[in-house]
Design a protein around this ligand. Structure first.
Ligand code: NAD
Length: 486
């Protein structure tokens, strides 16, 4: 991967080549820690969307008709290119403001998505059905959906793109990717470079960096068969409404307000480590961060002490130059929101045990107690390194409080009696639940997704991808002449 003179400078990627967008717009991409200019992407216009859709629709027929071995080979080629793309790690660190470990995770996970998708390409695509009609051959088969538009957020730009691109392509669809304007490089154009290196046919995978307007056009375009959106619940609702009126297939992976339940018999040191990782990892900017710690009174004092000590020990600063533990909040809008949520909660009686301060976008990891359960800090997704802790008496109260939310993404339960902790976990209303581990978990083979305000549609990962990126078709063949009344 070229980082110094990239082919994608000021470009979009359509029809198998990097080129300037029709209206010549650009997007400046900054190193999120230093503010330094990192690169310039093209800023697509709606006319670019229309041209790319046309080329994708044509490419899809040929792509789906290829032997599966060729589609799988391209995906394995992209995986190899990514494993050898030296500059990708630095690009993610600087473009997302993350530590190197998070970049390594994204790369390894994206490689996993690609290799699993290559295997998905060889799965059976149908079954022969019993039929009550003599002479009829009846099959249920899976066919590609067609052109899939993937609209992605900035927080895990490589892996959240790849978990759609790879399985969708494996199953014979083409993909148009619109990354977030915060991360059009590691979330888009640098991925296109990998596909180019792997020899993907023109039009099969295309990248349209841009903002809301590009996203809206993709959702509205009649030739886009499916929209896969990962992002906020607010935007997800708008997309659901437009796509619903167009009767378009959608899959929405949205926000969360995830609970971490610490039971009375929990090992406090383990629980606090799990709690710290769940809320502070990547500045708390993941949909699967813990936004609510619900802790049994029996261990609450020790838990709060331990969690606060861990928070106070984390270094915050430039993740690229100073190798700190946490980097900056992604932008000023998110920073102002995090400040408002915390300041309002404190004005309402909450107590900050550690942190609570910020130098510019660098926000100290924060532990806060006595939060009013009606406050936005408790009820909304935070997206900053803030751990609100509520103290409860017993597992019943913990379950009740954990389930008091419209979101339903992930939750965790920590307790020494694994049987009991599992029973509590099974009562939590979330699509994913972990016992004795942190809330941020993702694997290529696991069904990842949310219920309620956290998602609509299918799941990402493993067999769920077959359901997600194909349509079922019933096909019959009559082997003898048929007879009807007229
Ligand atoms: P966002 O909703 O603001 O933007 C996501 C994407 O949608 C971006 O590419 C953006 O340009 C585009 N977009 C914005 N308005 C649009 C519109 N009207 N029509 C079409 N596209 C539009 O989200 P963000 O700030 O980039 O990301 C953070 C959010 O993503 C958080 O809420 C987080 O919980 C969520 N998220 C969810 C998952 C999951 O798997 N459930 C994973 C990561 C992030």
């Amino acid at each position: 991967m070229a980082t110094h003179n990239p082919p994608w400078s000021k470009a979009i990627y359509t029809d198998g080549r990097f080129h300037p967008p029709a209206a010549g717009g650009t997007l400046q991409v900054r190193d999120k820690s230093s503010g330094e200019l990192l690169g310039v992407a093209g800023d697509a216009a709606t006319s670019d969307v229309d041209a790319a859709v046309a080329s994708s629709v044509t490419a899809q027929r040929a792509w789906a008709a290829l032997p599966y071995t060729e589609r799988a080979a391209i995906l394995r080629g992209v995986a190899t290119a990514l494993e050898h793309a030296d500059g990708f790690r630095e690009l993610i660190v600087r473009e997302t403001g993350s530590i190197a470990g998070k970049a390594d995770y994204e790369i390894a996970s994206a490689v996993g998505e690609l290799t699993e998708a290559a295997a998905l390409a060889s799965r059976p695509v149908g079954e022969v059905l019993q039929t009550g009609h003599p002479g009829r051959f009846s099959v249920g088969e899976r066919v590609p959906v067609g052109l899939v538009a993937a609209i992605t957020p900035w927080n895990f730009p490589l892996v959240l793109g790849m978990r759609v691109i790879a399985p969708a392509l494996a199953l014979g669809n083409t993909v148009l990717l619109k990354p977030s304007p915060e991360t059009p490089l590691s979330g888009g154009l640098a991925i296109a470079e990998l596909f180019e290196q792997a020899g993907a046919p023109a039009g099969v995978f295309q990248v349209l960096p841009g903002g809301e307007e590009v996203g809206r056009r993709l959702v509205e375009h009649p030739d886009v068969a499916m929209v896969h959106f990962t992002g906020s619940t607010t935007v997800g609702r708008q997309i659901a409404s437009t796509a619903g009126s167009l009767l378009k297939k959608t899959s929405l992976e949205l926000g969360g307000n995830n609970a971490l339940v610490v039971l009375a018999d929990a090992d406090v040191d383990q629980a606090a480590m799990i709690g710290a990782w769940s809320s502070f990892h990547y500045q708390g900017q993941t949909c699967i961060s813990a936004g609510r710690h619900i802790v049994d009174r029996a261990v609450a004092d020790a838990y709060l002490r331990n969690l606060s000590e861990r928070a106070a020990a984390i270094t915050v600063g430039d993740t690229f130059r100073d190798r700190t533990g946490l980097g900056p909040i992604i932008n000023d809008v998110q920073l102002a929101r995090a400040r408002r949520l915390l300041d309002e909660a404190v004005a309402g009686g909450a107590r900050v045990l550690t942190g609570g301060t910020n130098k510019g976008r660098f926000f100290r990891p924060t532990v806060v107690v006595d939060v009013d359960p009606a406050s936005a800090l408790w009820t909304e997704e935070i997206f900053a390194p803030i751990a609100p802790v509520a103290v409860v008496d017993g597992a019943e109260q913990a379950v009740e409080l954990a389930n008091d939310t419209r979101y339903g993404l992930v939750s965790s339960v920590v307790g020494s009696d694994i049987h009991r902790a599992t029973e509590v976990a099974r009562r939590l209303n979330s699509a994913m639940v972990h016992v004795n581990d942190a809330t941020p978990q993702d694997e290529p083979l696991a069904p990842f997704g949310g219920i309620g305000h956290s998602g609509l549609g299918g799941r990402a990962g493993g067999d769920a991808n077959l359901e997600e990126f194909t349509e079922r078709r019933w096909r019959t063949v009559a082997s003898e002449p048929v007879h009807y009344p007229y």
